[in-house]
Write a protein that binds this ligand. Structure first.
Ligand SMILES: Cc1ncc(COP(=O)(O)O)c(C=O)c1O
Length: 444
């Protein structure tokens, strides 16, 4: 991984992907993405009864980029989408409706109708949505797509509040341990023979594997209870969500899909005995370690004795890291202007600042690194998931271009493919209301 990354950084400079006019780019390691997808598939193949259908639906929010969705589809993955935009991206990538799952806590009637018309599986979030869905399904015995209900097993949170979806008061799903909720869910399935799935996503980064497996166990036990109550295998699929945490501290991939699948098998053996189809929704763990943000140091200065590298990577793309640095620390590597690692012995604690006009726009504080100079580069590691799709439009800074790379050739040649063009200033002006420039002036 590190070797491919170093080759790609060098080649990105040599091939002019980065320069004074393009001071920040995103890079994606295609071999790393393919390997992660293969590991996910293998981990579950090892634990399921042979022949059990398993759909690994990539959580599009983690990398809302059509070529990435296409690459993952080539690797046998589908898509989990949570908005009309994400659904459109999945379709643009050629992912077929039978390989898409729609989750979102605020689906409109039009979105529900569209999913049903297209034959896309969806998970209702709450009783009101289930009623809406019931009206759309009408008297059909067989709805055009598999329909499920999301539950919140309320097993607790992880170390990052904002990523913990199974707390007592989380906004997602039916809170299973609330008074009367379990009985309601059992009845809801008994009254709706077309409801055939249960969904639980316990949380994302910061959630220990034991917490995630406890939540999935709760969903499995509920499915067993419901099927027992109705006297048939009405629930025939369990959607166990995503959430495998990512190690942001080194190149080591830990925990692995294999560890998670093995723990699931020992905690919830019945999940894998062939009676339930499975859906997973991993996002971060599939992409994070294959991504890198590369940015030029525009100036190197100092304030109050603290060296500061002013770069072009800040809150506009590392939004969570800047606003919640404790929860989302990133590794930073220093490169010279040619893209060679700067490995001088003496490391100097420095702030790595971004281009945004507010003081807190720092992706790392007091970080020991070889001293950076104007024209050098910084690499923000493990940024393949969420960093390229959570852009923050502050200061009207453009979304950077993203390039995939293949750095596996024996002769050292690195090939790039465009994933997304950099946003242009004209595009920013257009999406900022340029067509309506006189709109306000005409009002009193
Ligand atoms: C319903 C659902 N599924 C899957 C995911 C993906 O989680 P992760 O990227 O941590 O794997 C999320 C993340 O927010 C989610 O809300």
């Amino acid at each position: 991984m590190a070797t491919r990354r170093e080759r790609a950084v060098r080649a990105a400079v040599e091939q002019g992907l980065l320069g004074p006019d393009q001071p920040v780019v995103g890079l994606l390691d295609v071999a790393g993405i393919r390997a992660a997808a293969a590991e996910l598939r293998a981990a579950f193949e090892e634990v399921v009864t042979p022949g059990t259908p398993v759909l690994h639906a990539f959580a599009v929010k983690a990398a809302a980029l059509v070529p990435v969705l296409r690459l993952l589809a080539d690797e046998g993955l589908g898509c989990e989408v949570a908005s009309p935009g994400e659904l459109a991206l999945a379709r643009a990538a050629g992912v077929t409706p039978d390989r898409i799952v729609l989750d979102s806590p605020a689906k409109t009637p039009a979105e529900l109708r569209e999913a049903l018309d297209l034959g896309i599986a969806l998970n209702a979030d709450n009783p009101q949505e289930l009623d809406r869905l019931g009206e759309l399904v009408g008297d059909r015995a067989d709805p055009p797509a598999p329909l499920g209900l999301r539950i919140n097993p309320q097993v607790g949170g992880g170390s990052i509040d904002a990523m913990s979806t199974a707390t007592a008061t989380s906004k997602f799903g039916v809170a299973l341990q609330d008074p009367g909720a379990r009985e309601w869910v059992v009845r809801a399935f008994a009254e709706r023979p077309w409801l055939t799935r249960l969904h639980a996503h316990v949380g994302s980064q910061g959630c220990p594997l034991e917490l995630m497996t406890a939540g999935i166990r709760a969903a499995y036990e509920l499915a067993e209870e419901i099927n027992g109550a109705v006297g048939r295998q009405q629930i025939d699929a369990l959607d166990i969500g995503g959430g495998l945490p990512v190690n942001f501290a080194s190149d080591e991939i830990t925990p692995t899909y294999r560890e998670y699948a093995q723990l699931l098998r020992s905690t919830v053996p019945g999940l894998f005995d062939g009676r339930y189809k499975l859906v997973t929704e991993f996002g971060r763990s599939l992409l994070a370690k294959s991504g890198l943000v590369l940015a030029r140091v525009e100036y190197a200065k100092s304030a109050g004795g603290r060296p500061i590298a002013v770069t072009h990577a800040g809150a506009q793309l590392a939004t969570r890291t800047v606003f919640a640095p404790e929860a989302w620390p990133l590794r930073v590597l220093a490169y010279d202007a040619e893209g060679r690692p700067k490995t001088a012995d003496g490391q100097v604690p420095q702030d790595i600042a971004g281009p945004c006009c507010f003081a807190g726009d720092l992706v790392a504080r007091d970080r020991p690194l070889s001293e950076l100079a104007a024209g050098d580069l910084v690499g923000l590691l493990d940024t393949g998931a969420y960093y390229f799709s959570n852009h923050f439009a502050y200061n009207s800074l453009p979304r950077p271009g993203i390039h995939g790379f293949d750095a596996t050739a024996a002769d050292g040649e690195v090939r790039f493919a465009t994933v997304r063009e950099p946003q242009t200033v004209d595009e920013i002006v257009a999406e900022s209301g340029a067509a309506h420039a006189l709109g306000l002036s005409r009002l009193r």
